[in-house]
Design a protein around this ligand. Structure first.
Ligand SMILES: Nc1ncnc2c1ncn2[C@@H]1O[C@H](COP(=O)(O)OP(=O)(O)OP(=O)(O)O)[C@@H](O)[C@H]1O
Length: 259
């Protein structure tokens, strides 16, 4: 499989007079986990929204490279980006209440009209071979997160932490090449956090490029290859996890500590 790389240069996002993201540049390569950290309001989620096409941005370049092929992301809608394999999760899980847990996972990143057809296929009386394969993949992804016992439940019966894990399982089965994870550990128990950290760690072996927005700095330390620290929209530190997390600027500006 060709190596994937998400690249953005000088991305700025404004909401009226507020500059939520200022001139952010990033590369995330397959097999690598890049973490975006910073205090509340730093612009981390907005950066993910900009990369996935959910908010308008001004940008010098924003592209994804698959081997020798480069695709310009700037003109693409969120569903088009998702079909390219750029898949995101949300702080508040977005699961479809009418479907069971495994059906939600099997939906993967299918969008628009295709999504409607899947509704019909998944809801039918007997499962075709293709649908059985999709169900098996979904249940396997749920099992990796310790959730296979919930496969037949409705999302509404799940805790927030479980819903968040189901969303991750859905992203995993969607064939994602670039995964944008917005605070995936929030609301999880420590057991769930460990399971999820193991699964995120495995993305490296699957050559997925992962961008992780996360407040839990110990999880960031254990998972990230590169950490980018932001405050008030702008990057103020970047480097390997230990160097950035132990730096004076991060301890002072992010943790409120004065060395
Ligand atoms: N849709 C919006 N309309 C107006 N302002 C917004 C919108 N979304 C975000 N903002 C503002 O943009 C700035 C960055 O917000 P963002 O949610 O990206 O920060 P964050 O680093 O993800 O914070 P948190 O860690 O609390 O999730 C904040 O000042 C926020 O109030």
């Amino acid at each position: 499989m060709s190596t994937v790389q998400l690249s953005v240069r000088e991305m700025t996002v404004r909401f009226g007079g507020v500059v939520a993201v200022a001139q952010l540049s990033l590369d995330v390569t397959g097999g690598e986990i890049v973490a975006l950290i910073g205090p509340n309001g730093a612009g981390k989620s907005t950066a993910i929204n900009g990369l996935s096409g959910f908010v308008p941005v001004t940008v010098a370049t924003m592209s994804v490279r698959f081997g020798d092929d480069v695709v310009d992301l700037a003109p693409l809608s969120p569903p088009q980006r998702s079909r390219l394999g750029i898949v995101r999760t949300f702080q508040t899980p977005r699961l479809i209440p009418e479907l069971t847990v495994w059906q939600n996972v099997a939906m993967g990143s299918v969008a628009g009209d295709v999504r409607r057809r899947w509704f019909e296929m998944l809801g039918g009386p007997g499962l075709s071979r293709g649908a059985r394969d999709r169900r098996d993949r979904a249940v396997t992804a749920l099992a990796a997160l310790g959730l296979d016992r919930l496969a037949q439940d409705n999302p509404g019966e799940l805790s927030l932490g479980e819903q968040r894990l189901v969303e991750i399982a859905r992203a995993m089965v969607s064939g994602a090449r670039v995964l944008l994870l917005d605070e995936p550990f929030a609301g999880l128990s420590s057991v769930e956090q460990r399971r999820l950290a193991d699964e995120i760690d495995k993305l490296r072996a699957a050559s997925v490029a992962a961008l992780l927005v996360e407040h839990n700095l110990e999880l960031v330390r254990s998972l990230a290859d590169t950490v980018v620290a932001m405050d008030q929209g702008a990057e103020f530190a970047r480097g390997d996890a230990a160097t950035v997390l132990d730096s004076h600027e991060v301890r002072e500006r992010y943790l409120g500590e004065v060395a």
